[in-house]
Every structure is written in structure tokens, then in C-alpha cells.
Design a protein around this ligand. Structure first.
Ligand code: LRY
Length: 221
């Protein structure tokens, strides 16, 4: 059902508003480099980046559309936001799959149903907890991803990935589980597929040279 094989790598090509790489062309070049390196799909944010990347690569794009307040539901918070990235060339859409209230008052099930009916693409639910993963699947998600683990609580964001959440979702769900969030090393990515993840999405560790530079700098101070 997914347009890429299991045990494979998806590369997230995103840049924040303040990044020198914040432009569709650098993101498209990143995506081409990732494709050359063997990525099976690209995760990308916003219609402009998705359109540029779709022109640059042959592999499918998981589109997201970050809108609104990053402290709340902001990864593709509405069906309309999903439609914009599908129109730009995304073959799948990832949406916030947490149980937090959505900005337009829709339920996750309503959002997913509209995406299926109106745009005809599979939906990946980015969740933060085990229960949210179960609820997202119940709500119709085709894929569940661990993307938001560590980002919705009051505490600091952990350093490493949430492999326990990968394993618990794999054990409980009848759909592909994608590991995403703070995968820094190939070993961690392999652990995720060994825990049953269908694929691993890596962003910062491959496509964010500013963050990588900071990591090395901090290690030296
Ligand atoms: C929490 C949130 O907003 N995550 C975003 C989701 O698209 C991106 O900022 C991440 O870079 C992406 O999930 C990949 O993760 P990492 O960059 O850790 O490999």
C-alpha cells in the first residue's frame, strides 16, 4: 500500500524560517542528494518546497504543511492544509495525530476522512504517545509515526529517539509504524527497523548543517 519498501530510509528536507537554506531550491537540492544516497521518499513542508522537490526527484514525497502555533497542533492541522501539499505533488500526507484539539474544531477522524475522500492519498499520523497511536489508527490513519514523541509535554525534549514507542506501536497496530524523531545515527535507525518499524525518517542528522555544526561545537566547549 505504501509507495516504498519496508526497512527503508525517508529523508526529511526541511529548513526553519531563520535558516540560510530556507528556500525551495536548496530543499530540492537536498532532496536530490538524499535520493542519490538511497532515500526511498522525502518528507517536506509546505506547497512551495513540495512542488520544487517533486520537480527534482522521482521518489515519492510525504507532504506536511506546518501552519499556526508550533506549541499546538501545527503539522498539517486541517484537511485544507493537506490539500495544498497534495496539489503540489505529495503522494502521502502526514498530519498531527495527537489527541490535542485541532484549530478548526474537526476531529482527527473527520480530517482523515476528508483527506481520503477529497485527495485520495494515504495519511500518516504523527503521534506523541502509545494511546494517541491507537486512537489515530482507530480514526483511520494508514500509517502511524512517532514524530511528536517528546515534543508535547512540559519537560525538555530528550536527546535520543523513542524506540520504546516504536516497539509498543508495532506490537499493538495492524498498520505500518514509521520511526521518526531524533534519529542521530545509523545504529539507532537499524534498531528501529529491528523493533519493527516499516521505515525510518531522518531529518536533522542529514539535512540540517546548522544543527550539526552546533552539536560539534558544543562537544568542544
Ligand atoms: C517535532 C517536529 O516538529 N518535527 C518535524 C516534523 O516534520 C521536523 O521538524 C523534524 O525535523 C522531523 O520530524 C524529523 O525529525 P529529526 O529532525 O529529529 O530527524
Amino acid at each position: 500500500m505504501l509507495p516504498f519498501p519496508s526497512r527503508s530510509l525517508v529523508v526529511s528536507c526541511q529548513a526553519t524560517a531563520s535558516s540560510p537554506l530556507r528556500d525551495p531550491d536548496p530543499m530540492a537540492r537536498m532532496a536530490r542528494a538524499a535520493e542519490e544516497g538511497g532515500a526511498v521518499a522525502i518528507r517536506a513542508n509546505g506547497p512551495a518546497d513540495v512542488a520544487a522537490i517533486a520537480r527534482a526527484v522521482a521518489i515519492p514525497i510525504i507532504g506536511i504543511n506546518k501552519t499556526g502555533d508550533p506549541r499546538g497542533v501545527y503539522i498539517t492541522p486541517t484537511a485544507d492544509a493537506a490539500g495544498e501539499v497534495v496539489a503540489a505533488g505529495a503522494r502521502l500526507v502526514a498530519v498531527d495525530g495527537t489527541t490535542r484539539p485541532r484549530p478548526d474544531g474537526a476531529t482527527l477522524a473527520e480530517q482523515i476522512a476528508r483527506i481520503h475522500d477529497e485527495y485520495g492519498v494515504p495519511v500518516m499520523a504523527d503521534v506523541d504517545h502509545h494511546e494517541a497511536g491507537l486512537a489515530a489508527r482507530e480514526a483511520g490513519a494508514d500509517i502511524v509515526a512517532t514524530t511528536l514523541s517528546g515534543y508535547t509535554g512540559p519537560g525538555p525534549v530528550p536527546e535520543g529517539p523513542d524506540l520504546e514507542l516504536v516497539a509498543s506501536l508495532v506490537a499493538a497496530l495492524d498498520c505500518p509504524v514509521i520511526a521518526e524523531g531524533r534519529y542521530w545515527t545509523p545504529e539507532q535507525a537499524r534498531e528501529a527497523v529491528e523493533a519493527g518499524a516499516y521505515a525510518v525518517v531522518v531529518g536533522t542528522a542529514i539535512t540540517n548543517p546548522g544543527a550539526l555544526t552546533g552539536r560539534f561545537r558544543r562537544a568542544l566547549s
